[in-house]
Ligand binder design. Structure first.
Ligand code: ADA
Length: 574
């Protein structure tokens, strides 16, 4: 179970096989569903899981309703926590609608009154596109819109006073001083609860702790977090008031991250981001990634000397971020967006949902030391002035919660009228020279890479104090497609040559301080018409195929990320 932990609460992990019923589109729209009592459930589905990844409902669109019995030991408040839902969901408790969630991929929760005894929990989800009801997920996004209960489901019984969150911010890295902010709900008017705090089981020197405000703690025996030494500390906070008490256990890392003088500074030292974009996608499980696959992905990335992962293009699994904390990976986390046009950027509902999801992502992932960069609105139309309002609004929303990390968004508009670079701390540029935008008579597409990178550097000169990262660049190859002589596009040879040229160019361009190749592994995307541009309905620019089988390019990455400037080590050119 991902942090935070609540050791005093009766907690039930609801993973397992639930009753399941599928109502294919257009039989039912989630927005019209206001009761689930009349349905007979005819089969089972795994939770967590995507009902449409494989099997009977693979590729179908509609409403999936999951149901199971749960037991509650006492009358009072309960909290249902979901690690992520796709795409939108309605939650029913004994047939009564208790919550509607409209933020695909977000970790969400709802608190409501329940009696003791056995209850029926039903979760209705939809993978149907509906731009009015769910404007955040759109059919043109280049990744498959699965449906299901994507990640963990937890039921907690809440005490009368309960701790909603404990946020830890590094205040003085050298001395190991952090700022804690603890929010508590249910306190009687004027009550003065007793608070006790321990860090790694020891009592820290601390200011008087006042709830719902910030106070400082000195970490006993402080150890810094870094990719090389991912040391973690745990803080336990207990709050008692009368005969009610609650305890939260959070984990954090002592590290700082800044964008300064064109560099990304981790604990005051420049770090070069060397990594990949990674979709949460697997051919057998869809967008639900079992822990074993998470571990395999990180072991492969470690073997490729990667230190950085851009969690494209939506809020990430908290289990995955916990693992990145423990293994010392650096992560950029971003809210859901993909090529959003001005029509969306000026739509009130879209903007409100964007702000809601972005703020929730920052709150949910605040204590992860691995998260070093916040992002949003991947490849939005930021070459148009009208885009600024939403970019500015999201940047403000992030900074209102977290001033301890730089923010960015991945733009495709550098050199094409980009309007928003002043609003970010780190410039992230998506670009595909020699793959897109080449003519039929182009003899040597790979030769387009160097001049394009020079254009990007020139165009961002006015912002040279902001670190510049190539947040997407790559080429497609079909696994097992070889042509050692002609080395044309779609062969593994072309992709390897392309990536080798990208690496060569970056070695010679110190202005660029990071690289996230597009992308880690082939991932399912469009169906229908757009598949003409995506062989077999996959985005095939993976360094590995969807089963994590390495293409030639993976070896090129392994070799280059193992030497300067990517990992800083000076190794002899082999
Ligand atoms: C864009 C987009 C990616 C993917 C990529 C591609 O940069 O951000 O999600 O679609 O293009 O493969 O073309």
């Amino acid at each position: 179970m991902a942090y935070p932990l609540y050791p005093d609460r009766r907690t039930t992990d609801l993973a397992g096989f639930w009753d399941f019923l599928f109502l294919p589109h257009p039989m039912m729209e989630l927005k019209d569903l206001d009761s689930v009592q009349e349905f007979a459930y005819c089969e089972k589905q795994a939770v967590p899981g995507c009902f449409d990844a494989v099997g009977t409902y693979a590729g179908q669109r509609g409403v999936g309703i999951y149901r199971r019995k749960v037991s509650v030991s006492k009358n009072g408040l309960v909290e249902l926590k979901f690690g992520g839902l796709l795409q939108c969901a309605k939650i029913f408790w004994d047939g009564r609608l208790v919550k509607e969630f409209l933020l695909p991929y977000s970790g969400v929760s709802c608190v409501f009154e329940s009696s003791a005894g056995e209850h029926e929990l039903a979760v209705a989800v939809t993978n149907q596109f509906d731009l009015e009801y769910n404007p955040l997920m759109r059919p043109n996004y280049d990744f498959y819109a699965f449906g299901g209960i994507l990640r963990s489901v937890t039921l907690m019984e809440l005490p009368e006073i309960y701790i909603e969150r404990c946020r830890i911010t590094v205040e003085d890295l050298a001395q190991g001083i952090v700022q804690a902010e603890i929010a508590v709900a249910g306190l009687p008017e004027g009550a003065t609860p007793r608070i006790s705090v321990s860090i790694d089981g020891k009592r820290p020197e601390m200011e008087d702790a006042v709830l719902n405000t910030k106070f400082t703690l000195k970490v006993p025996d402080p150890k810094r977090w870094s990719p090389e030494s991912p040391n973690l500390h745990t803080v336990s906070v207990s709050v008692c008031c009368g005969d009610s008490s609650d305890t939260i256990v959070e984990r954090f890392g002592l590290r700082t991250i800044e964008a300064k003088d064109g560099k990304i500074l981790l604990n005051g030292k420049a770090v070069y981001l060397a990594g990949v974009n990674r979709h949460e996608s697997h051919p057998e499980t869809g967008a639900e990634i079992p822990r074993g696959i998470m571990m395999e992905d990180l072991q492969i990335l470690r073997s490729m000397n990667c230190n950085f992962i851009r969690g494209c293009h939506y809020p990430q699994s908290q289990d995955f971020l916990d693992l990145c904390d423990e293994l010392g990976f650096l992560v950029m986390e971003e809210s859901l967006g993909w090529g959003n046009e001005i029509k969306s950027l000026t739509d009130e509902k879209f903007c409100n949902r964007q702000e809601e999801q972005t703020s929730l992502m920052v709150r949910n992932s605040y204590n992860h030391p691995c998260v070093i960069l916040w992002g949003f609105l991947n490849e939005t139309h930021s070459h148009l002035a009208e885009s600024r309002a939403l970019v500015e609004r999201l940047a403000k929303a992030v900074k209102e919660i977290d001033r301890s990390r730089p923010l960015t968004f991945a733009t495709m508009c550098i050199g094409y009228g980009e309007q928003c670079l002043d609003l970010v701390d780190v410039i992230s540029c998506n670009t595909y020279p020699g793959w897109y935008e080449i003519g039929f008579n182009e003899e040597n597409p790979i030769a387009k890479i160097a001049p394009r990178l020079d254009t990007v550097i020139a165009e961002t000169e006015p912002f040279k104090d902001k670190p510049l990262v190539i947040s997407e660049i790559g080429a497609a190859a079909l696994y097992g497609c070889h042509d050692p002589r002609f080395r044309n596009q779609w062969t593994e040879e072309f992709q390897a040559d392309y990536i080798a040229e990208v690496m060569r160019c970056l070695e010679e361009r110190p202005r660029i301080q990071g690289l996230a190749l597009w992308h880690f592994a082939d991932a399912r995307t469009y169906t229908g018409g757009p598949t003409l541009n995506r062989a077999r309905g996959f985005n095939n620019k993976g360094l590995l195929d969807e089963y994590r089988r390495e293409k030639f390019a993976a070896s090129v990455v392994r070799e280059n990320f193992g030497k300067s400037p990517f990992c800083g080590k000076k190794t002899e050119k082999s």
